[in-house]
Design a protein around this ligand. Structure first.
Ligand code: ADP
Ligand code: MG
Length: 680
């Protein structure tokens, strides 16, 4: 029986009550406990001489107890225990609060290791409430686990020890021998034991490296297998190039970057044996929509349908309007399909799609639902790709016989991440903005300057312009809901500084119909100031809007701020972004400072990665990748090795059906099964 089938309650000292706490950490079985890897380690072997301790630094000292423990009562019914230790280089005082067992645990004359932070005050150096252990016993490097209230690190250590002891003598290693040899990886048994309780630092690194490698390998295999399916397929070839005639009808000259993107796509769709599989990456406002429209036109003129999936209703609606206008003088029939349409509307639309009466279908997730079927889907496009999971992209493509696939992203992604998320997608970068755009001037202010900022917004409105205010983001735990918050905030403005101005509200809890109405009013300049939550984030295009003011700006990732800022500066008017925050943290100054300094999305993405780490890069796991236990994407060398290994294995056994790879295949299934679940 696999240890993943043995409930955690089999471990001593873990009953139902405590099991519930472990469950909070995602640990339900003994196997889960074994793969619950430490977040860091404490190294007891790295000792400092007492004579060399530095105030405010955490260190380990090895000292002999030189005085009996002296326990005294202090205020509030608490106790304080004091003692003194020494080594060859000096004396150190130790202080413990509210621990009545200290005198029985630390014996006069014996030597222990103590770990803690050293303080220096008028009584000299002292270590407050250090952790300690006997010199002879135990491990010199101890694991530190992520915890939850009610579970302390000692309990985790005990559980991990016992769980490891239940591993069979010989465990089957999912990594084939030759892969292990080639990349100098330790075996699984060694890795599991040493990732929790390393014999020394070297063993710890070896163990972690192997587990990270394995996890990245499994991830790579999964991503590649999904893709290889599309590679074996033969593409429908869209031979006739009709894009020139479409481009002529546009009211503006395309940028060179846009032209290049279009010809990349046309070449893919015309010449390649397998379907197009391309990512177009371009900063906000770089004109990706027009590129898509050209690709759709090309598809339709060659006798196929095109689907264009957007992440929100508002965006789908807006694309629909843009496309309808672009194709008004042609025979191309554009269709909208969103979840908010009535059942009858949806049914009729789906009938038209299925019998081939619609040519271009724009929509939300409704496009990938079971009941949507295409007559002859030739090209599937997803906008703002990172918001969709890998699986959703695949699902849209499955609506046709191996259609061409195009994905759009305004989020510049550092290359290492791109490799994993987009794998072998071909990439076109639109690195040029349409002419005439001026940089958005960005300011970071504290709340004491808010009134002045609001005065500035008022002036802009008096000049005929419009403004967005993204209102304070509330965290769920604060017990205020988003709606209440946005409404209160707008009401305050309407009664106060914006008495004579028309203010609208837009938030996530509104019905799609109502959202559309507000957006339409804003687009028609019937609303001057739009107070909203982040639902304006993607794609919305109102050229007359010149100010984006963002409250509690520190709570947003830089990439999100950049997206929000991209809502202004889209027309001929000078535009501004005002970031409001009272957060005094150093990190806030640094991050918001980056926003003020640059408008370049790639620079901002790199900075975001540096300041927040790869785990947070896409915010709330928007990348749709599985949750990883130990690896992150910052270890580029292991990432590259795992990519190479995945390639080798798939060449050897394309569906991993070879007996030696079965365990890896099972791991891959498990990793991706979890993703599917969390995504729906
Ligand atoms: P994004 O890449 O962020 O999706 P959009 O496609 O929404 O950008 O384009 C932003 C704005 O720029 C739109 O209003 C669009 O009409 C306009 N636009 C796109 N291409 C050009 C161009 N070559 N010249 C002038 N304006 C353009
Ligand atoms: Mg867009």
């Amino acid at each position: 029986m696999s240890l993943y089938e043995v409930p955690i309650t089999k471990l001593s000292g873990i009953g139902e009550k405590r099991a519930a706490l472990f469950r909070k950490l995602g640990i339900e079985t003994v196997g889960d406990m074994i793969s619950y890897y430490p977040r860091s380690y404490e190294n007891w072997s790295d000792t400092t001489d007492i004579g060399n301790v530095q105030p405010e630094e955490k260190c380990v000292v090895r000292g002999k107890v030189m005085t009996p423990v002296n326990t005294i009562r202090i205020s509030g019914g608490r106790t304080m225990a004091k003692l003194s230790i020494s080594d060859d280089t000096g004396y150190l005082n130790l202080v413990f609060f509210n621990n009545k067992y200290i005198s029985s645990m630390l014996r006069y004359g014996e030597t222990y290791l103590f770990m803690g932070k050293v303080a220096y005050d008028k009584y000299g150096y002292q270590m407050v409430s250090p952790e300690f252990c006997k010199v002879t016993e135990g491990d010199t490097i101890t694991p530190v686990y992520h915890l939850t209230a009610g579970l302390n690190n000692h309990m985790m250590i005990r559980a991990a020890k016992e769980a490891l002891s239940m591993l069979p003598q010989t465990i089957h290693d999912p990594l084939p021998d030759d892969i292990r040899k080639r990349y100098d990886l330790c075996n699984l048994s060694y890795a599991l034991n040493n990732v929790h309780f390393p014999t020394d630092l070297n063993a710890m690194e070896k163990a972690r490296h192997r587990l990270i490698f394995e996890e990245l390998l499994v991830l790579n295999l999964g991503m590649r297998m999904m893709k290889s399916q599309s590679h074996e397929q033969t593409a429908v070839h869209l031979l006739e190039d009709h894009t020139a005639e479409f481009i002529q009808t546009l009211p503006y000259e395309l940028t060179n970057a846009q032209k290049r993107a279009i010809s990349d796509c046309v070449a893919d769709m015309r010449d390649k044996p397998s379907p197009m599989n391309r990512l177009i990456q371009g900063d906000v406002g770089s004109g990706k929509t027009a590129v898509c429209a050209a690709v759709c036109y090309h598809t339709v003129k060659n006798g196929f349908q095109a689907a264009f999936m957007a992440p929100t209703e508002i965006l789908a609606q807006q694309h629909f309007e843009t496309f309808s206008a672009m194709f008004a003088d042609t025979d191309v029939r554009v269709e909208l399909l969103t979840g908010s349409m009535t059942a009858a509307e949806k049914r009729k639309t789906r009938e038209r799609i299925e019998c081939g009466e619609s040519d271009i279908v724009i929509g939300t997730h409704a496009l990938v639902s079971e009941s949507t079927a295409f007559c002859r889907l030739g090209c599937a496009i997803t906008d703002e790709q990172h918001r969709f999971g890998v699986a959703q992209r695949a699902r849209l493509a499955s609506k046709g016989e191996h259609p061409h696939v195009l994905v759009l992203s305004a989020t510049p992604i550092p290359r290492t991440l791109g490799l994993i998320i987009y794998g072998d997608l071909d990439i076109t970068v639109i690195d040029e903005l349409p002419p005439g755009r001026t940089e958005v001037d960005t300011f970071f202010i504290r709340t004491d300057k808010r009134d002045r900022a609001l005065g500035f917004l008022k002036k802009q409105v008096e000049e005929g312009r419009q403004c967005y205010i993204v209102c304070p983001l509330v965290e769920e735990s604060e017990g205020v809901d988003e709606l209440q918050n946005a409404t209160d905030y707008a009401a305050e403005l309407m009664l106060g500084p914006f008495r004579d101005i028309s203010v609208g509200i837009l938030h996530g809890k509104m019905k799609p119909k109502d959202k559309e109405k507000v957006m339409a009013q804003f687009a028609a300049n019937e609303i001057s100031i739009l107070v909203s939550t982040t639902v304006v984030e993607v794609g919305v295009d109102v050229k007359n809007a010149t100010v984006m003011m963002i409250e509690n700006a520190d709570r947003f990732g830089l990439s999100t701020l950049h997206q929000l800022r991209g809502r202004v500066g889209r027309g001929q008017y000078k535009s501004y972004c005002i970031l409001v925050s009272d957060n005094k943290g150093e990190n806030t100054e640094q991050r918001l400072g980056v926003m003020c300094r640059t408008n370049n999305g790639f620079e901002i993405a790199d900075m975001d990665l540096k300041l927040r780490g790869p785990g947070d890069f896409f915010g709330n796991r928007q990348h749709g990748l599985p949750q990883l236990d130990i690896a992150d994407f910052s270890d580029t060398e292991t990432l590259a090795q795992s990519q190479e290994a995945a390639q080798t294995l798939l060449r050897f056994s394309p569906d991993l059906s070879d007996g030696s790879l079965r365990a890896l295949r099972a791991k891959m299934r498990r990793l991706f099964a979890e993703t599917e679940n969390t995504m729906n």
